[in-house]
Design a protein around this ligand. Structure first.
Ligand SMILES: [Zn+2]
Length: 267
């Protein structure tokens, strides 16, 4: 990684033994890491002398060797699993919350979002209902981006400055409305590192997923092999563009179901 580059990592739910996941579809579970994998990754960052920081810290401090740690959706494991490990490592992080998920089984309660904020973590917004933003008109976008910000600020009692796009669906309108609503950044799922001076309303992020091995994670944090992930993402984005969001989700669901079935041993 060049000294003027920062890598934004994107996490979702963390799995602990005996604890049911928020959702069970293969397309969801693909993004769920075990607590153990996450702990190994944080331990390794610490050993390497790489500091995990929040989006706010990264945008204000521009710490060159920092890795930005973000979580999407607002799962209960943010507070139960991630927060204690991050605190132990002395790392900051940004937790992006989807308002409609609060109080749902497995997700955070409003007071737990407050607990995360009070523990010093950065709270960002991940929309009102997790709708794909590229399917919405101006009114819908304002509801998902601006109204959600106001509601989240009422819950935590402090300003919410960062937004992340559900499903990574970014557009120039999303950036414009977020800026008008008073956000300072918008995070996407575009795979790249961010340079000092990168457009903060289109921040690239790399998903750490279930099958990301520790060596692959280490390569990622050193800025290696990003092109491989970019290539796979290009194929995915192209098929989504050709198929549209709804059909793309259906095709992806069937493909993942089949890959799970083919890996299940038959007796
Ligand atoms: Zn999400």
């Amino acid at each position: 990684m060049r000294p003027d580059e920062t890598l934004y990592l994107m996490y979702h739910e963390l799995e602990t033994p005996g604890q049911p996941l928020c959702q069970s579809e293969p397309g969801y579970v693909r993004y769920v890491l075990t607590e153990r994998s996450f702990r190994e990754q944080m331990d390794w960052l610490q050993r390497e002398g790489i500091r995990g920081v929040s989006v706010s810290q990264s945008l204000t401090e521009n710490s060159p060797r920092g890795i930005v740690i973000t979580f999407d959706d607002g799962c209960g494991s943010d507070l139960r699993v991630a927060a204690p490990l991050l605190t132990k490592a002395g790392f900051g992080a940004t937790f992006y919350i989807t308002l409609a998920f609060l109080d749902q089984p497995g997700y955070l309660l409003p007071r737990q979002v407050r607990d995360l904020a009070n523990a010093g973590f950065d709270i960002g917004c991940h929309s009102l209902t997790h709708a794909y933003l590229d399917d919405l008109d101006e009114v819908g976008l304002r509801r998902e981006i601006a109204d959600a910000k106001t509601q989240l600020e009422e819950i935590i009692g402090r300003p919410v400055s960062h937004f992340s796009c559900p499903g990574g669906r970014w557009s120039p309108q999303v950036a414009r409305i977020a800026e008008q609503a008073g956000y300072r950044s918008v995070a996407t799922s575009r795979i790249a590192s961010n340079r000092i001076g990168s457009n903060s309303f289109q921040l690239a992020r790399v998903a750490v997923i279930r099958n990301t091995s520790l060596p692959a994670f280490q390569d990622l944090c050193h800025g290696k092999n990003l092109w491989k992930l970019q290539f796979r993402d290009f194929i995915r984005a192209t098929s989504r563009h050709v198929l549209g969001n709804t059909l793309y989700d259906r095709v992806r669901h069937v493909a993942l179901e089949n890959s799970v079935k083919s890996k299940t041993p038959t007796r």
